[in-house]
Design a protein around this ligand. Structure first.
Ligand code: G16
Length: 542
């Protein structure tokens, strides 16, 4: 075993979901190693314990895995459960950690961020419950990176990542597992595969799933085309590539345009879905119809009793603060507990572990349940497929009927990417300074009911998270929220979230753009976005 002398890097604080940087930063000598050593130094159960390991297959995945394996061996890890080819989607990794009862997992991914030598890479640690490490753990890892002086690594031949079965590296045994099988088994327990199979074989139903050349390709092919009998052309862009085919593996209307066009026009397919770089996000489309992630969560909550894995009923739901309140209305009517958490899947972990909620979701194209502790793209797609098979209605019919019952929460998000960090911080400070003056004011006919900087006290362990984004709520149920992203790798990204509530069914078929006009104007003026950032329009609207 070699002990290598190193020096701390000052920028290794994990963001919303792990440490994400440019590949070049991770290739800096000792950069990856320091962070990995900080994990082994703080997560001491891994010494003599079991580690799950895999990544989304992006550029530098295989190299990073070889380094982590050699460090795991040097740090006394007894056994590593490794996804074949170094691949594990984020939800599959969560499933594997739980199924094999490992002492945690390391997942290599920068999620929906582009990949390639000039683009992004990432690493995160998941705890033995299968979920992203909570802030107490990520802060401990960060603290360790600030004082690290050495790391341990063994010399050795590269491990064969592609050959299933057992190998040894030093004293550590490495078990290469099929990346798909455990996850597929879990999906079979939750959904009515026979019914979905019948839907695919009915001759009147067509679907496309866009894997965006990312990790979900093999999962979607095996489950949709293999087990469920969907036609072979169902999965598009199904071959994982290190640079995602040059695309931006973010399943939204801006980046999944091929899929959007397949669900549009007279020859549109009935159902379209996409997943992101590491397979935890999802986008749901009907024929000429986009389901917002917030609505998707609300529809799932309202219909969970129709789905095999949730047929006995759900007790509670949760959404992140910027996610629309559509699910709150379902919870209200059905008598379910409903929690509002900060952005970041890690905040759902305690609620799921304590059995307080069964379903949760975020506006950022994430939905999931108590089956694992990560959001789960393909799970959401199978949930929708199961629902379509049971209801025998189109996606649009299901969502519109939902709006009739619960009201419609129009929703949109504006992202201003790669803006100057100081300007972004100044903008947030300015908004904070206005908070006390806003309640009671009327802004373009919207009366402010409350304005605050969102803070959260975890109901399970009492931990407190402050400054989680500005919320401005209006008396008619509409809302504006502002936050700075914690996943970008360049400058700052300002997110502006807008929501307008419409209970009247005769007014639920307007375009989101027209409904949002006045709220957008209020938000731009309040935050002085153009003055402070120099941007006259957002980089992306979703
Ligand atoms: C991550 C987190 C999500 C979060 C999203 C956006 O998703 O897991 O919980 O909602 O980032 O975060 P932000 O607004 O800070 O950029 P993913 O899919 O990137 O892992």
């Amino acid at each position: 075993m070699d002990t290598i002398t190193t020096q701390p890097f000052s920028d290794q604080r994990p963001g919303t979901s792990g440490l994400r940087k440019k590949v070049k930063a991770f290739q800096t000598p000792h950069y990856l190693e320091n962070f990995v050593q900080a994990i082994f130094d703080t997560q001491t159960d891994l010494r003599g314990g079991v580690l799950a390991l895999g990544g989304d297959g992006r550029f530098y995945n295989r190299e990073a895995i070889q380094i982590i394996l050699r460090m795991a061996a040097a740090n006394g890890v007894k056994r590593v459960v490794l996804g074949q080819g170094g691949l594990l989607s984020t939800p599959a990794a969560s499933c594997v950690i739980r199924k094999y009862k490992t002492d945690g997992g390391i997942i290599l991914s920068a999620s929906h961020n582009p990949g390639g030598p000039e683009d992004d890479f990432g690493i995160k640690f998941n705890t033995p419950n299968g979920g992203p490490a909570p802030e107490s753990v990520t802060e401990a890892i960060f603290e360790r990176t600030k004082s690290i002086t050495e790391y341990s690594i063994i010399e050795g031949q590269p491990v064969d990542l592609d050959q299933p079965g057992e190998q040894t590296l030093g004293e550590t045994s490495i078990r290469v597992i099929d990346s798909v099988k455990d996850y597929a088994d879990l999906m079979m327990q939750l959904f009515d595969f026979e019914r979905i199979h019948q839907l695919f074989n009915s001759g009147v139903f067509s679907m496309r799933f866009d894997a965006m050349h990312a990790v979900t390709g093999p999962y979607a092919k095996y489950i949709l085309e293999g087990l469920l009998g969907a036609l072979p052309e169902t999965v598009i862009n199904g071959e994982p590539k290190v640079d995602f085919g040059g695309g931006h593996p973010d399943p939204n209307l801006a980046h999944a345009q091929e899929l959007v066009s397949l669900t549009s026009g007279p020859n549109a397919v009935d159902f379209g879905a996409a997943s992101d770089g590491d397979g935890d996000r999802n986008m749901i489309l009907g024929r000429n119809f986009f389901v917002t992630p917030s609505d998707s969560l609300a529809v799932m909550a309202a219909n969970a009793h129709l789905i095999k894995g949730y047929a006995t009923g759900i007790n509670g739901v949760a959404r992140s603060m910027p996610t629309s309140q559509a699910v709150d209305r379902v919870a209200d009517q059905l008598g379910l507990a409903c929690y509002e958490t900060p952005t970041g899947w890690k905040f759902f972990g305690n609620l799921l572990d304590a059995g307080k909620i069964a379903l949760c979701g975020e506006e950022s194209f994430g939905t999931g349940s108590n089956h694992i502790r990560e959001k789960d793209g393909l799970w959401a797609v199978l949930f929708w497929l199961n629902l379509l098979a049971v209801k025998q209605q189109s996606v649009a019919m299901i969502v519109q009927a939902h709006w009739h019952t619960f009201g419609r929460n129009y929703y949109t998000r504006y992202d201003y990417e790669a803006i100057d960090k100081h300007a972004a911080e100044g903008l947030m400070a300015h908004l904070r300074s206005e908070l006390d003056n806003l309640p009671g004011q009327t802004l373009d006919s919207y009366r402010v009911a409350y304005a605050d900087d969102f803070a959260y006290t975890d109901p399970v362990d009492g931990s407190r998270s402050e400054q989680q984004g500005i919320r401005i709520g209006f008396e008619d149920g509409s809302r504006i929220a502002f936050r700075l992203s914690g996943t970008g790798t360049e400058g700052a990204t300002l997110r502006l979230y807008l929501e307008a509530y419409e209970p009247d069914p005769t007014k639920q078929m307007q375009s989101t753009e027209s409904v949002m006009g006045r709220l957008v104007h209020i938000a731009l003026t309040l935050a002085e976005i153009e003055q402070r950032t120099g941007r006259t329009k957002p980089t992306v609207i979703t």
